[in-house]
Design a protein around this ligand. Sequence first.
Ligand SMILES: *[C@@H]1O[C@H](CO)[C@@H](O)[C@H](O)[C@H]1NC(C)=O
Length: 292
Amino acid sequence: MAVAAVGEVLFSVVIAGLAVVAENPELLRQVAKLFLSPPWQDVIIPESVVRETRKSPEELRDEARRSLNLNTRDFWNIVVCGQAGVGKSTMINAFLGVEDDDPRAAKSGVGETTKARTVYQICEYLLMHDIPGAGTEREPADGYVLRHKLYAYDVVLCLTGDRLTEGEILVARQLAKFQVPVLFVRTKTDIGVKSIEKRHRGRMTLEKAKDEFRKEVNASILPQLMGAGYLTPRIFFVSAWWIQDFSILGKDNFISGDTLFRYQMDEIVFFEQIMLLAQGRRMQTEEQGYGM
Ligand SMILES: *[C@@H]1O[C@H](CO)[C@@H](O)[C@H](O)[C@H]1NC(C)=O
């Protein structure tokens, strides 16, 4: 009887795992397909930025092209911001599909990195831009979104730990005000869940530990995001380890890696949201309704 019960548990775990694997390749193939093709139109500039700056979308894109060398016409652009220590370079390396010590890898900066922006080519038409987090002397949070022209990227990823810093809250507020598409990402989730498992000395199931972790992070960050102007904020729980195994560098073998990664949380919806946001930035027209 006891043996049968254990068997049943194992069986249902395996089934759940297979279901996930079955859904993954198709979704990830869609993501890859998007970023392995050039965008079909230039990026849409949010209306509120047009209003605030009193410049036309065309002018704003030109400005980004000239001052940042940002090619919004021919590439999809994802910008990653976050403080040192939240795992920004590990995340970028995961997208690149390389280890942190690979020559092509993004360097994890100890302290402040000097460069204003570093660009990585993830695949044929996808660039990832690494910019320093807000709230330091070099990088004041005031004016951060307009200064870095975050509105000209397809998607902004704000990587964070357990809480947003004051600077990050100010940036979140600006992003909300200007309606710039952003995903708030809690990184290193495998470590977070592991530490909860440890705290409960292994007496908590993995699913419970994940739930507990979500609850704790939710409780500290969601109120901050609501205060910054997001009505129904969401945090994406993501581990770079999972992403690294799914490098979308133009290969077909999306499931080459550890698809049954124990600590998987929101990685699949994270990719899905990136895709949907990027598509949305290329699917509207600016002509109607800007009311300048
Ligand atoms: C965390 O917050 C999200 C909303 O962003 C909610 O859907 C989810 O149920 C919350 N999870 C826990 C465990 O509190």
